[in-house]
Design a protein around this ligand. Structure first.
Ligand SMILES: Cc1cc2nc3c(=O)[nH]c(=O)nc-3n(C[C@H](O)[C@H](O)[C@H](O)COP(=O)(O)O)c2cc1C
Length: 188
């Protein structure tokens, strides 16, 4: 009887220690990847998700900052002459960016967050993707919206920037915990 108990105890000890070892290895593998979480947000929704993702994956947070900030009048989609309406009705519009310069060499993986505007990404995202050389880089898009899906925006991004290794994107309207779980999974 004593022998059986001893065998069970040693088996349990072995399985616990190998599980702990695996978790540690996963964590260190993740920390080896240099991750950037770049996002554009005007009213804070996408920013909240970006903050949570950056914390979860131990990534560097980078705010994509327009040279001229959007006012609430600029964001009025009911007004055809508002800044966002004018920009979004012109597919070649590329609003200038400000903010700190990025050194992409420092990153292997990039999360890219944005709000859905008129079923696509806001034009400052295009400016950002054309300002730096993302060729061969892996980009993981995520978005927030009133209700639209992320699908159309990603289809367009893939078409416009085929040299980027686009990963499956995710709409993060639901809850922050789900966004964190998704981010943890997708970088494995
Ligand atoms: C100009 C403009 C256009 C928008 N177009 C859409 C749209 O096509 N579909 C949608 O579901 N939400 C749309 N929205 C809502 C935003 O996607 C949503 O509020 C988003 O979470 C805002 O993110 P932010 O707080 O990070 O700026 C639009 C918002 C603005 C300002």
């Amino acid at each position: 009887m004593k022998k059986i108990i001893l065998i069970i105890m040693s088996l349990l000890t072995f399985s616990c220690s190998s599980k702990a070892q695996e978790q540690t290895m996963n964590a260190s593998r993740q920390s080896e990847k240099k991750i950037l979480v770049a996002y554009f947000s005007c009213t804070g929704t996408t920013e909240k998700v970006a903050n949570a993702i950056a914390k979860t994956v131990n990534g560097k947070l980078y705010r994509i900052t327009p040279a001229t900030a959007y006012t609430s009048a600029d964001l009025d989609w009911n007004n055809k002459t508002s800044r966002s309406s004018i920009e979004m009705s012109d597919e070649n519009s590329r609003p200038a960016l400000g903010g700190e310069a990025l050194n992409l060499k420092n990153y292997d993986v990039i999360f890219l967050g944005y709000p859905i505007w008129w079923n696509v990404c806001p034009r400052p995202i295009n400016t950002f993707l054309e300002k730096y050389d993302f060729s061969g880089k892996a980009i993981i898009p995520f978005a927030t919206s009133g209700s639209s899906s992320i699908a159309n925006s990603v289809t367009l991004l893939k078409k416009l920037y085929p040299k980027i290794k686009w990963k499956e994107g995710r709409l993060c309207n639901d809850n922050i915990k789900q966004a964190e779980d998704w981010a943890r999974q997708i970088i494995k």
